[in-house]
Write a protein that binds this ligand. Sequence first.
Ligand code: ADP
Ligand code: MG
Length: 698
Amino acid sequence: MAPVPERPRPQRLFLDTPVTYLKGVGPARAEALRRLGIVTAGDLLYHVPHRYEDASTVAPISSLEPGMHGTVIGTVVSKGIIPTRKGLRIFQAVLRDDSGMIEVSWPGQPFLDRAITKGDVLLVTGNVRFFHGRQLQPREYVNLGDEASTTMGGRVLSVYPATEGLSFKQIRAIVDAHLDALLPLVVEYLPSDIVRAADVPDIATALRMVHRPATIAEAMRGRSRLAFEELFFVHILHQRAKELAREKRTGITFTNRRELTTRLRESLPFQLTGAQVRSVREIFADMCSDRRMQRLLQGDVGSGKTVVALFAALLAIENGYQAAIMAPTELLAEQHRESMTRLLAPLNIEPLLITGSVPSRERKAAAAKLATEEPVLVVGTHALVQEATQFANLGFAAIDEQHRFGVEQRKALAAKGTFPDVLLMSATPIPRSLALTLYGELDLSMLDERPPGRKPVTTGLRRESGRARVLQFVDRQIDLGRQGYIVYPVIEESEKTDLKAATTMFETLAGGAFAHRRLALLHGRIPSDERDEIMRRFRDREIDLLVATTVIEVGIDIPNATVMLIEHPERFGLSQLHQLRGRVGRGADESYCILLGDVSPEVAERLQIFVRTDDGFEIAREDLRMRGMGDLFGERQSGVPTFRIADPLRDEALSESARAAAEKLLARDPDLAKKENAPLRRVLGDRYAKSLELFRVG
Ligand code: ADP
Ligand code: MG
């Protein structure tokens, strides 16, 4: 019998040819590639290097001097793990090139012992210091494998995201082997006038540039095209979603009767800021139109978002509708109810409260009112979206501290009643252009102005050696009848870190420096009803000092708290510190925020930005610049788009032009139905599931 012929490789290569058909890719590699999201030959093209090393700057090892920054390529002649007295394990290797040898040291990375073997050729970039001889402290390294010499192809080395069983080098070899055959198959899918206006290369050129750049600058130019198209697609989807929502005209058309809202304005104990007036006007314009409001109100801590929401609620009520304001914690909901009760007293309106700890009789009475068509205002927690709460006539819903809620909860409130107008409120203000990229489906109002007369919180960074004096300072504030917070990054101590923890420090402080004070411990593992109880006692001044984790971050308002001490400030993002600081400085008294700890000079520099400025927008910007977006938006299902290549902050200008381009395209072809846009539509459909519902891509 004739042997079964091997499966023939197809003669011609297409972009949708499975990678298994590519030379150099067997089943094992195909599986590894799949883990990286690479299934077809075309996918391979879009697997873009995440960084580059510029070999044109490689220096001979012998030329490195302490104090210099340098890049070298050398062979590992010896290696090993060295333990230190403090329990830290250091991986060390000695590199040799034709000119000499140098020691390279990776503190705390013993696992590198498995990744690097004797004979490997490493490219290492870092600072040279003097430590028993010259030592290189790597900032980055690339393992070039066992290649005898520096066969780097070009002068710029592309480094690809790799995976177990498939090194970046192997990926590079596969890409390199097929690039010339694949590139001619790539057909531009963006309209040519848009590519031209954006001043980015066409797609085939860009892909060549990112995979096989002659210079770093060229790689960056290729990258700019891919980042542009990513931003462009996201803006198209945002704008389309917004347009469809608008078309539906499902919103309630309110009438600005100037009854309750005017009376509130006249009875307020303060004057609205210009930004508040502007935001109220923007919100009223939305509410008085026949389309549904989906608006984000951004404003720094203390910028006065609540009263803006209150005006919107009153507009709904004077039109005979119900209004709801949802907050992430019971305490915050109670606080809103209280402050609103005060502001609404002259109008004879009393807000209802629905939370888990409202007694069930009272809660049932509130629910019963909502079930009738009576136009009332209700404040509450997520209990508002539970089934037991039915609105007969919900016309307006506000969601405070919206980032604290998941997408689903936000949607659930908006789904109560028939298409209420929705206002989301956020105390982590981000720059407008960035907000337009991330929240492009929403309209934006910004409270970029503080109510007058508020004193900035005096902020300082103190070293460990000043601890006793700092604690005395806190104690004196309590002598003056004030209260304070002491914040720690973690709840409990652990072996892995040297961090002071809330639980242990609570014991230490309660038995030591603050033995004569009333202390309480507050953290996320305490059940939420107990947590609320502790906060209530703090509010009622039964507690002097709260020893806490970041659970106190959410917008509670306790004007008598004038001092906040934050330990291990290096563990917090600047925006988070800013949120924490927002808990003090809410009354008439001078307030203080003290960061305590011995931090590295780099960290100190970062923290100084926080010490210097009180402007949440500026702080958010710095935070994003230094720590990236993950930090600001956290793990939570925030609903903001994620980007593979673009960085919405660094690529701010690119995002602006991508947004304009998306607008232009949709203006001339709103459904992307024109023949010339078929390729674009196809790519959009391949990449974004959401486009399927927005464009019915078939
Ligand atoms: P946030 O935007 O952080 O939610 P709030 O709405 O809680 O801020 O307002 C903070 C405080 O400022 C509240 O006590 C509120 O009554 C007060 N406030 C709001 N607007 C003004 C204003 N225009 N002038 C003076 N005080 C104001
Ligand atoms: Mg608030």
